[in-house]
Ligand binder design. Structure first.
Ligand SMILES: NC(=O)c1ccc[n+]([C@@H]2O[C@H](COP(=O)([O-])OP(=O)(O)OC[C@H]3O[C@@H](n4cnc5c(N)ncnc54)[C@H](O)[C@@H]3O)[C@@H](O)[C@H]2O)c1
Ligand SMILES: [Zn+2]
Length: 352
């Protein structure tokens, strides 16, 4: 078992271990007392783990209610968010009661935003069930839903009171979900940990979930504590994401996020190596690791289309854009470049 304390505007523990679902009730009740719990989940995750969680909450003396919605990013919208708020209101939830989010990043982002705004804020717990949510979405307090005009465009910074990551839940992930989570793990290794890079090169992530997730969460903690509201160093967590988001946009969001991030990291690293920011060995090592995890290293869109999409992305401030550029395995830096140079960066990274 690993416990990582996050000291942001709210302090809370992230606990990572197998078998945590069964203990969730006792751990949540220790903080919430006899409060009521609204379990929020998607139907797929709930069918796998919902009853076990409800049972655990009830046996700890908590009264429960549930809010379920169909799985998928398209449900992370204002309509689902509104329906959750109305359910909380109808069930007469108060500021003493808790939201318990069971699922991947979609569930966590949506439940967190409802927790941030229902009655101006009620406590919530994250129980991440995807690798991506465990290493990224469940920690750090970014909550949001999508608008027709863009992803995560309505949201709030709002920290959970507890994060419980039961690594047993990760055993039912599809290969695609697993792969995509691994892309984010590779990202952490590239921005801050040559040790993690070595460990996941030698041994698949799924064979040592607890250690890998704990390392990633510790790195996220450092970035969040230094920059909770994402105005500076937290940006490093966006390595691979500028071009990755652009690739996602070009695909009409058909491309899985983790695969897009893998492509974005590979292109950025090739470009950085060609321009002398990092040595060739860094590019080789990154591409080799991505391939070992079955992740793509080429972007199947034109440089023009990608540059246009990247410029439209929210990270483009005025005429310049901030890119996260690798210097070596375990170290990246933020480079502000003119938006007009994006084409050059992409072409140098092998995009036609
Ligand atoms: N808040 C943040 O800081 C942050 C960071 C990164 C990503 N995100 C958000 O997270 C979302 C993506 O997260 P995600 O990939 O976890 O998506 P997700 O929640 O849609 O989960 C992916 C799929 O896996 C299924 N699933 C979840 N857990 C499972 C399990 N244990 N076994 C089997 N199937 C399971 C879900 O039903 C879903 O179909 C995006 O909306 C993204 O914007 C947020
Ligand atoms: Zn990501």
């Amino acid at each position: 078992m690993k416990t990582i304390r996050i000291d942001a505007s709210v302090s809370y523990d992230v606990v990572i271990a197998p078998g945590l679902l069964g203990e969730a009730g006792a751990r949540i009740a220790a903080l919430a007392g006899r409060a009521r719990a609204m379990v929020v989940s998607d139907e797929h995750v709930f069918s796998l783990y919902g009853e076990k969680l409800l049972e655990s909450l009830r046996s700890a003396g908590m009264e429960t209610a549930r809010f379920l919605f169909p799985r998928g990013e398209q449900e992370k919208n204002l309509a689902t968010y509104g329906a959750l708020l109305e359910t909380l209101c109808r069930e007469r939830f108060t500021r003493k009661d808790w939201i318990v989010a069971l699922g991947g990043g979609v569930v966590g982002d949506l439940a967190g935003f409802a927790a941030a705004t229902y009655q101006r804020g009620i406590p919530f717990v994250q129980l991440p069930t995807t690798l991506l949510a465990a290493v990224d979405a469940s920690v750090g307090g970014k909550t949001a839903v999508d608008l027709a005009g863009g992803k995560n465009q309505a949201g709030a910074f709002y920290q959970p009171r507890l994060v419980l990551c039961d690594t047993d839940c990760l055993g039912t992930l599809s290969e695609e979900e697993y792969r995509c989570g691994c892309a984010e793990v590779v990202k952490y290794a590239m921005i801050g940990s040559p040790e993690l890079f070595g460990e996941i090169s030698r041994k698949p992530v799924r064979e040592h979930y607890e250690e890998v997730i704990a390392r990633c969460v510790a790195m996220k903690r450092d970035h969040v504590q230094a920059d909770e509201f994402d105005t500076g160093v937290r940006m490093l967590l966006n390595f691979g994401h500028s071009f990755g988001h652009a690739a996602e946009a070009c695909s009409g969001y058909a491309l899985p996020h983790g695969e897009a991030v893998a492509m974005g990291m590979a292109v950025m690293c090739r470009s950085a190596a060609a321009a002398g920011y990092c040595p060739e060995e860094t590019r080789e090592a990154l591409e080799k690791l991505l391939r070992a995890y079955g992740l793509p290293t080429e972007i199947p869109y034109s440089a023009e289309a990608l540059a246009e999409a990247a410029r439209a992305d929210k990270k483009a401030a005025g005429d310049s854009i901030r890119l996260v550029v690798p210097e070596k395995v375990g170290r990246c830096r933020i480079e502000t470049v003119p938006a007009g140079d994006l084409l050059l960066w992409l072409r140098r990274g092998g995009v036609q």
